[in-house]
Design a protein around this ligand. Structure first.
Ligand code: DAH
Length: 452
């Protein structure tokens, strides 16, 4: 068994790091304990270290490595540096002052500096690196330049000086790196850098139609209305018949829609279709609950309309129904006037024009003063000063008769009510200045992001 403690080795810190323990073993085998000043022929850049036996005799391999590198930096541990052991042992031997040898010697030193600089992680590392190279008394640069300049022939001094300056610059540049960056670069590749700007998750936003729908509903909620919904696939009875559109009545022509196929064997009233308005939910609500009723019903409706800038085969409505004893047309006017002021601003005025809907009698169209010109007249209101916005009327007694079969309390002699229906799309377009209804259904993010 070999006694490790007796073996002095030649030391090249950088090289030792690279070749590791195996090489040490080989050297021991090759050179035994003989003179450590022997050349290592296989490496151009290997510089001989004159060994002072007391400082460079490593009792065993593990200790040798631990003394040579401080946490893998290749810099002898600080305690080691500060001791006098950091002395001529760190001074490589210069074979000659010839340009080639100078070149080789400095090349090796620069490689040392570069490798150590690349491994600096903390400000302590940096300080240790600084002391190791630039320490005023024991710094490697000082010791080496003292040693090499001492015997330098006059003609080599200039070149030596230049080499030392370059080396010093390289060291100083390495020291200029901000310790904060050193810390950042020390993080493992997969670490999370908490100083980077975060990734902002894109939040969804209400579609302008849904937002408008909610606004309308809220106005009525504040007046004590509840909110209901009904099916989009509806029977002919609820969509038409119970709303006083008799079969083959011309009023049906204004609300052409898609019907579910192969239903000819069913009675007309049971045939399914896509609802053309939210009004059928009036009937469904009254069938379920006796008066008093105050309800709004938002929802999607369908019509066989060719799409253009103001028409879409799918659109949205908010239906309203109020039924109780002694409900009058004044209640209707007051309610809708207030709702329009809430939606469009308190300066808005309303006016009611006679109209026709089978399920209301009398019926009216509601106009509001133009929100764009304040009523003076502009292109938007076709220079009339007014914009038509919704239909309404007093619930037709014929409708109560349809409901009465299931809810006897809807006796038209005892109760009365009003109803209204408004197009959400049109109101959204007015509120947000949208000129083409198709944009509301296009799913175009450039359009939708404007409402986020
Ligand atoms: N349902 C009608 C339509 O789609 C709108 C309407 C008018 C609803 C008058 C009503 C109303 O409740 O009373 O054209």
């Amino acid at each position: 068994m070999v006694d490790d403690s007796a073996i002095p080795v030649r030391v090249n810190v950088a090289r030792l790091q690279l070749i590791g323990v195996m090489h040490l073993q080989r050297q021991r085998r090759n050179h035994g304990s003989q003179n450590c000043q022997q050349h290592n022929q296989d490496s151009q850049s290997f510089l001989h270290v004159p060994i002072e036996p007391h400082s460079q005799t490593f009792p065993n391999r593990a200790l040798a490595l631990s003394q040579l590198s401080s946490r893998g930096l290749g810099i002898p541990a600080l305690s080691h540096l500060s001791s006098n052991a950091m002395s001529s042992s760190q001074i490589p031997v210069l074979e000659s002052y010839g340009p080639e040898h100078l070149e080789t010697a400095f090349h090796a030193l620069q490689a040392d500096v570069a490798r150590q600089a690349a491994e600096l992680r903390t400000s302590e590392d940096r300080e240790q690196f600084r002391l190791y190279w630039l320490g005023r008394k024991q710094g490697r640069l000082k010791l080496i330049s003292d040693a090499w300049l001492k015997n330098a022939p006059a003609e080599a001094r200039r070149s030596l000086g230049q080499h030392f300056n370059q080396l010093k610059q390289q060291i100083e540049q390495a020291l200029e790196v901000d310790p904060a960056n050193l810390a950042a670069s020390s993080a493992p590749a997969d670490a999370i850098d908490i100083t980077l700007p975060g990734i902002r998750p894109t939040l969804g936003a209400e579609h302008p139609l849904i937002r408008t729908m909610h606004e309308i509903v809220r106005v009525f909620e504040h007046m004590g209305y509840s909110v209901g919904v009904g099916p989009e696939v509806e029977t002919d009875y609820y969509n038409f018949e119970a709303l006083n559109f008799p079969p083959n009545h011309p009023a049906r022509d204004t609300q052409d829609t898609l019907v579910v196929a192969n239903q000819q064997q069913k009675p007309l009233r049971d045939r399914l279709l896509l609802r053309t308005h939210t009004s059928p939910v009036q009937i469904r609500t009254m069938e379920r609950k006796p008066p008093p009723i105050r309800i709004v019903i938002p929802g999607k409706v369908h019509r066989n309309d060719a799409a253009d800038a103001t028409h879409s085969p799918i659109f949205h409505q908010v239906e309203g129904l109020c039924v109780d004893e002694n409900i009058t047309f004044s209640d209707l006017k007051g309610t809708l006037d207030h709702a329009m002021k809430e939606l469009f601003g308190s300066n808005v005025r309303t006016r009611f024009f006679p109209s026709f809907f089978p399920f209301t009698e009398p019926s009216a169209d509601v106009q509001i003063s133009c929100i764009f010109c304040g009523g003076k007249g502009c292109r938007k209101c076709k220079h009339s000063g007014w914009i038509e916005l919704l239909g309404c009327g007093m619930v037709n007694p014929a409708v109560f008769e349809f409901v009465r079969g299931r809810q006897p309390a809807y006796d038209p002699k005892k109760i009365s009510g009003f109803a209204f229906g408004m197009g959400v799309d049109r109101i959204a377009m007015m509120k947000y200045g949208i000129s083409d209804i198709g944009l509301l259904y296009s799913g175009d993010m450039r359009f939708l992001e404007q409402f986020a």
